[in-house]
Every structure is written in C-alpha cells, then in structure tokens.
Design a protein around this ligand. Structure first.
Ligand code: SAH
Ligand code: SF4
Ligand code: F3S
Length: 440
C-alpha cells in the first residue's frame, strides 16, 4: 500500500482541510505514514498569511526536494493558500513539485491521484466545490470542525486571504444540519464552525434560501447530542443583534467569542478597511457582555500597520485595557503581495514594530492572567480530552469559555464534568473534579 504524510500550516481552516485531504487519500486506497520519511506521497497544506509562513514552508520544501533526490519515486504535492498564491510560478521555482492545488479544489486530488497511476502535473485554482462535502478523517472523537462557508468578501487592506480563498460561498443550511446530526451520531459533542467571516454566513444564499448565521446557530443548537458549539472567526461588522441573541439563548453555544479587532485606532481601522471604529467596537463588546455576562473574549491584533504612529499604538493598548481580553493573538504586520497595504507609504520600521509587539504581548498577558485568576474558586463545565500530555497523572479538557484546564479526577475522555478551579496562570487553569450532585 502506498503511504501519505500531510504537513499542515496555517489556520484551523487548513487543519480541517487536511482532514479532508487525508480522508480523500484514504478513499483512494492510501494509508497514513508514521512520518514523512516513510511516506510515498508528501503533502504540504500551506499558508501564506504572513511572510514568516512562506519562509517556513520553503524550508520544508527544500527538505522534500532532498528526500526526493534520495528516492525519486516520492511524490510531492502542495495544496493550500500559498500554493494558490504561487500558481503562476510554482512549477518554475519548485520544479520538483509534482502536483499543486488550491484550497478550492481539494476534491480534484482524486482525479489525479489514481491508485498506482501516473501523476500528471497540473494546477487548478478556480473554486469548484466545498471541501466540506468530502470524506474526512478526524483525529478527535468528540470534537469536530464544520466548514460553513469559504472565501471572504471583505477587503481588509493587509490581507491576502480573499485573493487565495476567493469570494464567500456558504454551504446550504440543510446540509450543515444533516452533517451535524451525522457527527452527533458518531459521538461528537462539540462543533466548531469555521469560516473567514462566519457571521456573514448565508448572505450569498438569500433570498433563494431563507437563512442567516443566527438561524444556523439555532438550527445546530437543536441537534440532539451536540452539547457545545463554537465558531471562528466572526467579523465585528456582522455581529448584529440577532447573532448576539442566538448566542445568549442557545444552550449549546459556548460563552466564548473570538472577535478580531486588529487595532484600537479608528484612523488605522479605517486605513485597514475594517469598516468599524474603535467606538463601535467597544459598544459592541458592551452589548455582548450585557447579553452574555461571563463571555470569554479573545481577539487578533496587528501592530505596525503602515502609518501606525505612537498615538495609534497607544490607542490599541488602551482598547486592550478597556476590553480586558481573555487572550489575544498578536501579529507584526507583514506586507503581502497584491494587497493594498503593501503599496502604502510609511511602512513602520522593524525595530518599532518589534518594540510595539513586545509591549502589546506584555499587556495581553497581564489581562489574561487576571481573567484566569478571577475563575479560581468557580466550578466550570469541562469537556474531557484525556490525560494531559505533559503530566499523564492529570486530566485535561476545556471549559465552555475555551480555556484549557488540567485537573485531578476520574472522568473518561468525551465526558462533560464539573471541575472546581483551584489555580491559574496566564495560559491555563488547574482544578479538581467536583463531586457529582446526587439526583434529587
Ligand atoms: N478571517 C479571519 C482570520 C484571518 S487571518 C478574520 O478576519 O478574523 C488571522 C489573522 O491574521 C487576522 O485576524 C489578522 O490579525 C492576521 N493577519 C492577516 N493578514 C496579516 C498581515 N498581512 N500581517 C500581519 N497579520 C495579519
Ligand atoms: Fe482577511 Fe479581513 Fe477577510 Fe479576515 S475578514 S479573511 S482579515 S480580508
Ligand atoms: Fe493561512 Fe490560508 Fe488560513 S493563508 S491563515 S491557511 S486561510
């Protein structure tokens, strides 16, 4: 049997796409290799969101080239966003690559990888269908991703995603509900909905299909066996009252929200084309906290966007203080080819960007520590993932707020248990399983 190995870069969307790639390869009769060394098919599912992502990938490709020199039968396959962004040059610059495809045509792999057959070279970039409909190989029994939409209609000035993932397409709500029912039947208890802009879901289907993100949340909430629903990432501009209401009212929808802000300066937000101001974002956070008081809020922030001054950066720090995030992903701005921001004057010097990111990370840590410490003494519902990787004598799971929690107890993986929180750091919580309450 031929064996494959998939190396995945980038976001959850790509991790999920890799599940589809693996499922598809297995349906063609290939088996998963324990390591890249043992594989006949080396698959790279790539990311190009920042320059660092490209650099890391190229290093991996050079290793693959060396492996192919030792064993010319190895097949090198490159998929994902970087592949799409390189479609015109990929085979010239990396002639050892056998097959390349973009995120919109994972399903075409099947046409080209015939068991034992020749592999012609090719690249397919147009959006054909959802990887969401493909077979799938999941690593976790109790948790699953569901791609509800693909592509992005926003024009964030710094972002390469719309050019590599295309326009937004939503999957049909009926198909999504059926998929959730199927997953629940397989034992899945937690669903994470994926999309570049999840809460604009359905706009491209209307008016033919009467749906919306809020309606989808309500539909999935009603699926028997699904105890937890999360989603990433919503855009603040589409975080309307109906979505907040659905979040507050649906029992399965977790008290967790990743709400990318990118900057705390209205001036920079405007240059980024985020279409909201600092004030509107803060007002939104207030409405969300009113509706869902214990919501865990996380965000994405970019420092060093072209033209960002000390005063703009100070606005970002003060917004972080006002919101008090549970956690944030922080990025140094990276110019991406073809984007509007890459052509802007006033690119911020490296030292300034480095200094700003350090100060921002420190501030984020401060709030994360405080937010986690405030949970000490509370009882949290935890979905048990199994023994902790670093200390197998304790169990590990996640709270509804999405926080990792290591605890002493006897529960099995996949169980929902109550845990009393006894300790915290900026990253994790610790605790002990609460005694079950006897049924009255
Ligand atoms: N669609 C999602 C995620 C996009 S990529 C969303 O809009 O939230 C994840 C994060 O990477 C973005 O939120 C942004 O903070 C960051 N990012 C995107 N392009 C970037 C760039 N050119 N430089 C630095 N960070 C970037
Ligand atoms: Fe990129 Fe903006 Fe779309 Fe997110 S919403 S994928 S940051 S263009
Ligand atoms: Fe990267 Fe593509 Fe995700 S560029 S961050 S893998 S959408």
């Amino acid at each position: 049997m031929k064996r494959y190995h998939v190396t995945t870069f980038g976001c959850q969307m790509n991790v999920h796409d890799s599940e589809r790639i693996k499922g598809l390869l297995e349906s063609l009769g290939l088996g998963e290799a324990g390591s890249a060394d043992d594989a006949d098919f080396l698959v790279f599912n790539t990311c190009t969101i920042r320059e660092k992502a490209d650099d890391r990938l190229v290093a991996h490709l050079m290793d693959a080239r060396a492996a192919k020199r030792r064993d010319p039968d190895k097949v090198i396959v490159v998929g994902g966003c970087w592949s799409e962004s390189m479609k015109d040059e990929l085979f010239d610059q990396f002639p050892f690559v056998d097959l390349a495809f973009g995120p919109g045509n994972i399903h075409r792999l099947g046409d080209y990888i015939q068991a034992g057959g020749e592999i012609p070279r090719g690249h397919f970039s147009t959006f054909d269908t959802f990887s969401g409909e493909l077979p799938l190989k999941r690593d976790r029994d109790f948790q699953a991703w569901m791609q509800i939409s693909t592509g992005c209609n926003c024009n964030c000035a710094y972002c390469i995603v719309p050019s590599v993932r295309g326009r937004e397409h939503s999957r049909h709500p009926g198909g999504l509900i059926r998929e959730a029912e199927r997953l629940a039947g397989d034992g899945v208890r937690e669903l994470t909905l994926l999309g570049q802009n999840v809460n604009s879901y359905g706009r491209d289907l209307r008016p033919a299909v009467d749906t919306s993100f809020a309606a989808l949340l309500r539909g999935l909430d009603a699926v028997h066996g699904i105890d937890r629903i999360r989603f990433t990432s919503p855009h603040p501009k589409d975080m309307r009252a109906d979505v907040i209401e659905a979040m507050a009212e649906c029992e399965a929808v977790c008290e967790q929200l990743h709400l990318p802000v990118q900057s705390g300066s209205t001036r920079i937000l405007k240059a980024m084309r985020r279409t909201y101001s600092r004030e509107r974002y803060l007002a939104l956070v207030e409405r969300i906290r009113e509706a869902i008081p214990d919501v865990a809020l996380t965000t994405d922030i970019i420092v060093g966007f072209p033209g960002e001054t000390d005063a703009d950066f100070a606005d970002t720090l003060s917004l972080v203080d006002e919101v008090g995030y549970d956690h944030a992903f922080t990025f140094v701005y990276s110019a991406r080819r073809g984007t509007e921001a890459a052509r802007m004057p006033d690119q911020v010097p490296d030292e300034v960007r480095g200094d700003r990111i350090e100060r921002l990370v420190e501030r984020i840590q401060h709030h994360a520590t405080a937010r986690n410490a405030a949970l000490v003494g509370t009882v949290q519902e935890v979905l048990v993932e199994g023994p902790s990787r670093t200390d197998p004598s304790v169990l590990r799971g996640r709270t509804r707020g999405g926080k990792a929690l290591n605890f002493t107890g006897t529960a099995l993986a996949g169980a929902l248990v109550d845990v009393t929180v006894t300790g915290s750091t900026s990253q994790t919580l610790s605790g002990r399983q609460a005694a079950p309450v006897a049924a009255a």
